[in-house]
Design a protein around this ligand. Structure first.
Ligand code: NAG
Ligand code: NAG
Ligand code: NAG
Ligand code: NAG
Length: 895
């Protein structure tokens, strides 16, 4: 059967799949027993989610009627994600409104108890399902009653494997005349992909808004054509991802709060050192073991020769497949696979010894210098039960792990089923820079294990810090992260202190597989609020709520690791204060639902035991890493001011000759597509080439050409930087990273690359040889001009004696004599004779522009202009400098 679903966007509305019939106009006839209508009828069931910048506010509304002749109990059940906080609940019973408010748990309970003593209330409880919590509300109402329920909850979407996933559990319980789901997404940077069931793979690019609608008709809801039961019972999921044009991330400010989203792409994975620690006790016997072996086989296949690994399996004994870490070569992987297949689960569970052995293995490898600084070391611990052998006190095991594991290692834990103390797994993981995940013992256990592994299998960055200028922000959430994994996202939020005239700035520093990055981004503080003002379905105060949401989750995690009761109490007070201020039902608050007169009271409560409750941050990487020293960039740009050779405009070359205290300039008129060699130094392995692009139109009988891409290739370190007017590509061996012009970034590898947002890039290689490429953006509708690049090369760059190229040849300064200076045809342009390289040339006084200080108008540099494409001044003629590739060296010997 087809289901109606369409995605509505800002610009157009697309009906993906039309309804088979439209029967939702009529109401269901009430069920009949004899001649009497019986039961409860759900008239309408509407779910609406508004997502603004990853923050979701969901409302579930249901209208229910008691058509029976007598009083009945009516239940309203909603499954909500464990990560979500309930924020409001209202109920209208035959015109009497009940309104909710979040109160401290004991206060709410006492008020509720008073009402209950008067026999005036019904209860609301919250229990645990698997990934969901159940919100349940039951009221006893007389015949012919109308009740409207309305529940609100909020949560932050977490990016996993490249998507934000929003899940709504639809369980109306019966056929409903009006069944409707609306998901409105607003993302300021634009939505790259939206997926929902039945969207036929449609993708909408570059739109800020999406609206996903699900409205099955009565006919479509039926399990079968003649059935009176509903087929709608399951999870409705919308997945999406956003555009990212800026490697430094996205900084947003709204309502006095900021949120920084950081999820760079185009980075290569860091090598991994993994010790798998797997529980093979008796309880794993059968399907669990089979599924674990299945999962491990694919996980092992994912390892590469750059990775190192070993496997430890334990029951009451602890065994190692290999005593030391080995390379992830295909023979080792094949051997390891054979080993795990042969394991027969039996016996007890000695968790302490197994973890100690794994830590020892990593420590030993590190001590022997076997672990690369730019790699990621982790223990992946899989268990389905509590310890039964050896050290069985969980707190002692936690202490041992914390004591012996090194600061740079992470512990990830997977708990299979419900016999394992998941709270313990969370604590040891959280405390040691990892996360824990519950794995349900079902048919898809191996899929769950693999999925978890995929989330951590591509570490891209280590030591990520997101910082802000002093006094610009306060109450910042966790801003040091030990690792960043591909497909995820790091989020930092806080309050904005001062942001009136200048934008808010943030700095990110991190280390990747090859380089150290330091990036900068900024945002206007009022722009987003004015955009949101025009959005009809955005979440009011999303940044404020998001900040509170993250802060509370962090405090809950901190609380579970707190050592003393006093510390715990202090944290509890903080959580309580925030929860009350932001109206979140947390483990320490409850919602009291009262009639307007205050006569009747209900209570929305969460489980007493917070460990099974919501939001302990199982999915947030909570790590305590000491702040590290920021990587210091090498001495950058030469302090020299005018001692520079440059190429600007349609290319005008200005060669500075320091000994002669003179600048000589010439133009090159070549053809679009041609690559000109500027510097070629085969001995030090350096080549600088520029490729020409055409202007838009012929002007004064001439089609101008400009440098559209400039490439700096430093063969010695295998680095190439291609600067184009669109982006900066860094190519290092087989890896390629793109940086957009939209952010300021410092990148350190065996050279140094510094990008200043929308302005220029400085590349330093070979300990001080520097090139600056300057971006010229022209008005998009300019009739002739296109975006182009200029290049600035200090005259004190050091090359070998074999250096050549249009600019490189002047590193060895030729002797230049100017004489016979006289007025020319143009009175402001003197003419003269230049003697250089044995040639006598007629030259003209002119000037070129240096745009380093004044990007718009430039400042004048006077020079002697050599006509005819620099003929006589340069060796040979300009055509000799045309090379085939962006990384070519200049081959010809000219004289
Ligand atoms: C924000 O930070 C200030 C100063 O550190 C502190 O006094 C205040 O309690 C914090 N506010 C919240 C809501 O955490
Ligand atoms: C990059 O380095 C320059 C010079 O060392 C410094 O002024 C600038 O603030 C740095 N930018 C970032 C984003 O770290
Ligand atoms: C780089 O230059 C600095 C100072 O100019 C010098 O101290 C250092 O030894 C040089 N390093 C290399 C690898 O040449
Ligand atoms: C943001 C960014 O630069 N993305 C690029 C990553 O690399 C792929 C393929 O090389 C490009 O298509 C993306 O545009």
């Amino acid at each position: 059967k087809s289901i109606v679903l369409y995605i509505e966007t800002l610009c157009d509305r697309q009906v993906i799949d039309l309804p088979a019939s439209s029967s939702s106009k009529y109401f269901l006839k009430p069920p009949v027993r004899g001649n009497v209508a019986v039961g409860i009828i759900v008239r309408s069931y509407k779910v609406e989610s508004r997502i603004t910048s990853r923050f979701a506010h969901t409302t579930v509304r249901s209208l229910v009627v008691n058509v029976a002749q007598q009083a009945e109990s009516i239940a309203f059940n909603v499954q909500i994600p464990k990560r979500a906080f309930i924020t409001n609940f209202t109920m209208n019973v035959n015109g009497v409104m009940f309104v909710g408010s979040v109160k401290e748990k004991t206060v709410a309970r006492n008020l509720y108890a008073q009402a209950r003593a008067r026999g005036k209330a019904a209860g609301i409880v919250r229990t645990n399902a698997q990934d969901m919590d159940t919100f349940k509300m039951e009221v006893h109402v007389p015949a012919n009653s109308n009740i409207e329920f309305e529940l609100h909850y909020q949560e932050m979407m977490q990016r996993k494997l490249g998507f934000y996933e929003h899940s709504l559990y639809l369980q109306p319980g019966q056929l409903v005349p009006i069944l409707q789901v609306d998901v409105y997404i607003y993302e300021p940077k634009g939505i790259a992909v939206v997926e929902a069931p039945n969207t036929l793979g449609e993708q909408f690019k570059n739109l800020a808004k999406a609206h996903v609608v699900f409205r099955p008709t009565l006919f479509q809801q039926r399990k079968c054509d003649s059935c009176s039961t509903t087929a709608v019972d399951g999870i409705f999921t919308v997945r999406y991802d956003v555009h990212r044009d800026n490697s430094a991330g996205e900084l947003q400010v709204s309502d006095g709060h900021f949120v920084h989203f950081f999820a760079p792409n185009n980075l290569s994975s860091m090598p991994k050192n993994i010790v798998f620690v797997i529980d093979v006790s008796g309880s794993m016997w059968g399907i669990k073991m089979k599924q674990m072996v299945e999962a491990l086989q694919t996980i092992l296949d994912d390892l590469t020769i750059d990775d190192h690994f070993s496997i430890i399996d334990f029951n009451h004994h602890v065994r190692c497949w290999s005593e030391d870490l080995v390379h992830g070569s295909s023979t080792q992987v094949a051997d390891a696979k054979k080993y795990i297949q042969s394991i027969k689960p039996s016996g007890g569970t000695n968790i302490n010894e197994a973890l100690m052995r794994a830590i020892h293995m990593l420590n030993k490898a590190a001590n022997q210098g076997f672990i690369d600084q730019r790699s990621v070391s982790m223990i992946i611990f899989v268990s389905d039960g509590d310890p039964t052998i050896g050290e069985i006190k969980l707190s002692a095991i936690q202490k041992n792990v914390k004591r012996y594991i090194r600061e740079e290692f992470s512990l990830f834990s997977l708990g299979i089923g419900f016999d394992v103390d998941f709270d313990f797994l969370e604590r040891i993981s959280m405390e040691n820079r990892g996360i824990a995940q519950r794995i349900y013992a079902r048919h898809d256990t191996s899929e769950q294990l693999r999925n978890f592994y995929r989330q951590i299998s591509s570490p891209l960055l280590r030591k990520v810090t997101i910082q802000f200028p002093e006094d610009s922000v306060s109450n910042v959430t966790q801003n040091h992260f030990d690792k960043f994994f591909s497909g995820s996202e790091l989020v930092v939020a806080g309050k904005v202190q001062t942001c009136f005239s200048s934008p808010l700035i943030s700095f990110v520093t991190a280390s990747s597989a090859q380089m150290d990055l330091s990036l900068q981004t900024e945002t206007d503080c009022t722009e987003l609020d004015s955009l949101l003002g025009h959005q009809s379905h955005s979440v009011a105060g999303f940044a404020r709520q998001m900040w509170a949401y993250i802060t509370i989750n962090q405090l809950l995690a901190e609380r579970s690791l707190a050592k003393t009761a006093a510390e715990k109490r202090k944290i509890t007070r903080k959580i309580l204060k925030l929860a009350l201020e932001h109206q979140f039902v947390t483990p320490f608050t409850a919602m009291l639902v009262e009639s307007e007169t205050g006569q009747e009271r209900l209570l929305a409560d969460s489980p007493k035991d917070p460990k099974h409750g919501c939001c302990i941050g199982t999915e947030v990487l909570v790590q305590s890493v000491p702040p590290w020293a920021l990587s210091t960039p090498p001495p950058s740009e030469a302090k020299t001011d005018r001692i520079i050779t440059m190429v600007e405009n349609d290319p005008h070359f200005t060669v500075h000759l320091p000994k002669s205290h003179m600048d000589v300039c010439f133009n090159i008129d070549s053809e679009p597509g041609h690559i000109l060699n500027l510097v070629s130094d085969p001995e030090s392995g350096l080549a600088v080439n520029g490729q020409l692009v055409a202007g838009k139109k012929i002007k004064n009988n001439k089609l101008n050409t400009y440098f559209g891409t400039i490439s700096i290739y430093y063969k010695t370190s295998g680095i190439r930087v291609d600067v184009s007017t669109q982006q900066v590509n860094l190519i290092h061996g087989k890896d390629q990273h793109s940086f957009s012009w939209a952010s300021t970034a410092n990148i350190t590898l065996s050279g140094y690359l510094s990008i200043v947002k929308d302005a220029h890039v400085t590349i330093t290689v070979n300990n001080g040889t520097t090139f600056m490429v300057l971006l010229h953006r022209v008005w998009k509708k300019h009739p002739f001009n296109v975006d182009f690049l200029g290049i600035y090369i200090p005259s004190n760059n050091i090359y070998s004696t074999r250096v050549h190229g249009l600019i490189g040849q002047f590193a060895v300064e030729p002797e230049v004599k100017i004489y016979n200076i006289h007025d020319g045809a143009d009175p402001v342009k003197q003419e003269a004779t230049m003697e250089v390289k044995g040639n006598k040339l007629a030259v003209t006084r002119g000037w070129q522009k240096d745009y380093r200080k004044d990007r718009k108008y430039g400042s004048n540099v006077f020079c002697w202009f050599v006509h005819n494409n620099g003929k006589g001044f340069i060796d040979g003629q300009y055509k000799n400098y045309i090379v085939p590739q962006m990384d070519s060296f200049f081959k010809q010997e000219l004289k």
